[in-house]
Ligand binder design. Sequence first.
Ligand SMILES: Nc1ncnc2c1ncn2[C@@H]1O[C@H](COP(=O)(O)OP(=O)(O)O)[C@@H](O)[C@H]1O
Ligand SMILES: N[C@@H](CC(=O)OP(=O)(O)O)C(=O)O
Length: 448
Amino acid sequence: MKVAKFGGSSVASAEQIRKVANIIKTDPQRKFIVVSAPGKRFKDDEKITDMLIQLGEAHQRNETIDEYIYPIMKRFNEIVEELNLEGEILENIKNTIYAILERNTTVLEKLDALKAVGEDSSAKILSAYLTLSGIEATYMNPKVAGIIVSNNPGNAKILPESFDKLYELRNTDEVMVIPGFFGYTKEEKLITFSRGGSDITGSIVAAGVKASLYENFTDVDSVYSVNPTFVDNPQEITTLTYKEMRELSYAGFSVFHDEALIPAYKEEIPVCIKNTNNPDAPGTYIVSEKKPSEKCVVGIASDSGFCSIYISKYLMNREVGFGRRLFHILEDEGISFEHAPSGIDDMSVILRENGLPIEKEKRILARIQNELNPDLISIHRNLAMIMIVGEGLVRTIGVAQKATTAISNANVNIEMINQGSSEVSMMFGIKAEDLDKAVKSLYYAFFE
Ligand SMILES: Nc1ncnc2c1ncn2[C@@H]1O[C@H](COP(=O)(O)OP(=O)(O)O)[C@@H](O)[C@H]1O
Ligand SMILES: N[C@@H](CC(=O)OP(=O)(O)O)C(=O)O
């Protein structure tokens, strides 16, 4: 039996939902369906999740909310009407939104409950439409399904007891439609995963019911070897290992959430990325092992929005506990770091820029200065990271030289190189403004 997750672009309109129903119809193995909230129908369209967040923020500011609720209801109204569904669903969505706004909960809990309305409504709409189309289907709330999560609003983590509970759903005769993106704490509080988290729900359900395949339906035929916004018609990837995909999605392949691989990986459930608009295309398979290929690099991922804290102190290597004290300061300030390359007298800590707002920057620099007494400390913002990924990297000579030559041919300065800790990737830090030319040059060096 298969778990199929349909992303925001797959449920963005009535037309897309009809395609989804056909895909479910053509394969009776597709028993567990996970859906996102309606996403973008065209480039500059708005995602329902973003509209719900704006509504929540306006409510917090005590603004009138009608102008925020109206476009949300208009989107759902169009979908429900075009699919000829009962208007009762719309009433239900509207009442849910108002009930959340009136509830006496914390700001973050309220925002999470609002964000979940998108996925929850999609699941109700799709199950009603499947039933109308003659497929026995039922809406299944994540609480009833057993998706139990930690109490971290906007960043839930799955709790291990969820999987046994999900296993009990395994022998269903009906198609079960589960909203993605959220679960419930043991105290029954609704908490969402991080953005893009319906992929995580799909993987959790696949692991729980021990599916034979987790299909992730989106709007591209496959995972491409580079983000298609950088290069026209990039090469398609037919097979990736979990390790490769984890690195690539962490580093910017937004087609699949980087946290979504872990549950499927632990149960060795293959994942297939497929296109709702072209379901006959074979898609990209993510598996535990693949035949060694002649290509050592499978993908080049990149992301901007990083910054680095650079610290230099003569004889740092001899100062016992220097690194620990530095990380302790970051921990104390609630900051997680991404990478920490170091030398004899120097250390850099790479962070996501949104984790280091300007108001925190001053305090942290002062603490590092006072508590670690370095010779030099500086912060560099607007950095981008490029990750070259492939299981073949370890056994291929000359990859670093090929990559650095490609970056220098693009006339781009490398601010940082990180290789070694992960056997399947090599990372380069550059200025964000140089990202486009560096990625293009790397792509041509490795794939053309
Ligand atoms: N390497 C890549 N291969 C394919 N798609 C990619 C890649 N990197 C980024 N993307 C983007 O991911 C998008 C699909 O992910 P997403 O927008 O989350 O879809 P969904 O609406 O199905 O959740 C694609 O349209 C594409 O722009
Ligand atoms: N709707 C949520 C969760 C999600 O997974 O969406 P999508 O499938 O559109 O990436 C978000 O926008 O974050």
